[in-house]
Design a protein around this ligand. Structure first.
Ligand SMILES: *Cc1c(COP(=O)(O)O)cnc(C)c1O
Length: 436
């Protein structure tokens, strides 16, 4: 078959797709090498076009929580597709999904579906501004909220790897006017606000600068400071929603935001986002109110079917498993690093594992960016050669899910032990070509 190799396909892709990819981090530029092209996936595994199998910790950056091609989700999508793929009219499943979200996340009295996490945060910001009549927004350095103009500045994830990472607005093509009303604050410190602030948007657990957990009192402090000046508190739970607990990070940490943004898990691997919050706020949206927001594919039949199927798999037992597996994986990786004498810290929350190549747990973006990117790249390739796929970027987290059974996690930990030794050996010059 022509173009059956990863390298040949990447070359072909580069001719018609900028950088060969539809989302920058996938291009492997920060870790080196060329990406594998996925042919298919099942449970914790993906296979590339060359037939190589990987134990996958990317899991679509968290859009997959129950493993790839989970039969209940595949069946739901197939059944929905047979009845038509989009109508431009309301459907029962949209109501069911909004009810399912509201039932799990009580702060979301009303919910609106969109097609991506970016759309969710963008729409929530517009709503916050429209509802308060204020314009300033406050975001935290290292938090990623999608690629909306006003929110890209000092973002984590792939933005952290851009040359423009340390500048505001963070990307070329974003006019200064688009960020003129954006204030950036350090994560884990409650900023002092004033009455020009429409909203504070925050990742309640930061998962786009590695994994940075909220400091004791940070989220509650934000709630109190927003209340003091009449600003809205927006939780971006695009990663944490329905992952770190049934009620997301807000359920886990017991802080109630005014608005919440979702994506990833609630689409079951299809194109979905959602935002929700207090009914009186949500009712500022058209057609009830003056804040316009719309979408041809919003509430899409396939996406809502997949999302409902995914949520129905996430019962209490599932969250216990997600917790246990992340904990065991983080411990296994930590043991691998410690055993090899490689300075690194792991951390875990249900369904999330962070890797940090440094001597302490990072608490903010300055800390997070001090991770040893070269060590990550070397470890990444050591793992890939041993059949374990991590995300090809030092600021992404690993996403162990329901399909990562004990045997899978053991194999990953074993690979990590070998890969960590290899990184250390390469550093001390053993087995590496002479420089020059
Ligand atoms: C992935 C992500 C987004 C953006 O979602 P997309 O579906 O990629 O647009 C927003 N916020 C957070 C916290 C994310 O992790």
């Amino acid at each position: 078959m022509a173009d059956a190799s990863n390298d040949a396909l990447f070359e072909r892709a580069e001719r018609v797709i900028p950088g060969g990819v539809n989302s920058p981090v996938r291009a492997f530029r920060s870790v080196g090498g060329t990406p594998y092209f996925v042919a298919r996936a099942n449970g914790p595994r993906v296979w590339d076009v060359e037939g190589t199998e990987y134990l996958d910790l990317v899991q679509s950056y968290g859009a997959i929580i129950a493993g790839h091609a989970r039969p209940e989700i595949v069946d739901a999508v197939r059944a929905a597709a047979g009845d038509g793929t989009s109508y431009g009219a309301p459907t029962l499943r949209e109501v069911l999904l909004a009810e399912a979200i509201a039932e799990r996340v009580p702060s979301c009295e009303k919910v609106r579906m969109v097609s991506s996490g970016t759309e969710a945060t963008m729409s929530a910001i517009r709503l916050a501004r429209g509802a308060t009549g204020r314009t300033r927004i406050v975001k935290f350095a290292g938090n990623y909220h999608g690629h909306e103009d006003a929110l890209l500045a000092d973002s984590g994830s792939g933005v952290a790897l851009l040359d423009a990472a340390d500048t505001v607005p963070g990307s070329a093509g974003v006019p200064a006017s688009a960020v003129a009303e954006t204030t950036i604050a350090p994560y884990n410190v409650v900023p002092t606000l004033d009455d020009t602030v429409a909203c504070v948007i925050v990742e309640p657990v930061a998962a786009n600068m590695g994994l940075v957990q909220p400091a004791e009192g940070f989220l509650a402090g934000l709630r109190a400071e927003c209340d003091r000046v009449g600003a809205l508190l927006v939780f971006d739970e695009v990663i944490t929603g329905f992952r770190v607990g049934r009620g997301g990070a807000q359920g886990r940490f017991g802080v109630r935001p005014d608005l919440s943004c979702f994506g990833k898990v609630i689409g079951g691997g299809l194109n979905v986002g959602a935002f929700g919050g207090r009914a009186d706020l949500m009712d500022h949206l058209a057609p009830l109110g003056p804040v316009y927001q719309a979408g041809t594919l919003s509430g899409n039949p396939l996406a809502t079917a997949a999302g409902l199927a995914a949520l129905s798999l996430l019962d209490d037992a599932a969250y216990e498993l997600l917790d246990q597996r992340a904990t065991v994986l983080a411990a296994g990786l930590q043991a691998a690093f410690d055993g090899a004498g490689l300075e690194a810290r792991t951390s875990a929350l249900p369904g999330l594992v962070g890797l940090y190549f440094g001597d302490h747990q990072p608490v903010d973006y300055v800390d997070a960016r001090a991770t040893d990117e070269a060590a990550y790249a070397a470890f990444f390739h050591g793992m890939l050669r041993r059949g374990v796929a991590l995300a090809p970027g030092a600021y992404e987290v690993a996403f162990p899910g329901l399909a990562h059974d004990d045997g899978t996690i053991d194999r990953i930990a074993e690979a990590a032990g070998e890969a960590a030794l290899e990184v250390v050996a390469a550093r001390s010059g053993v087995g590496t070509p002479a420089p020059g």
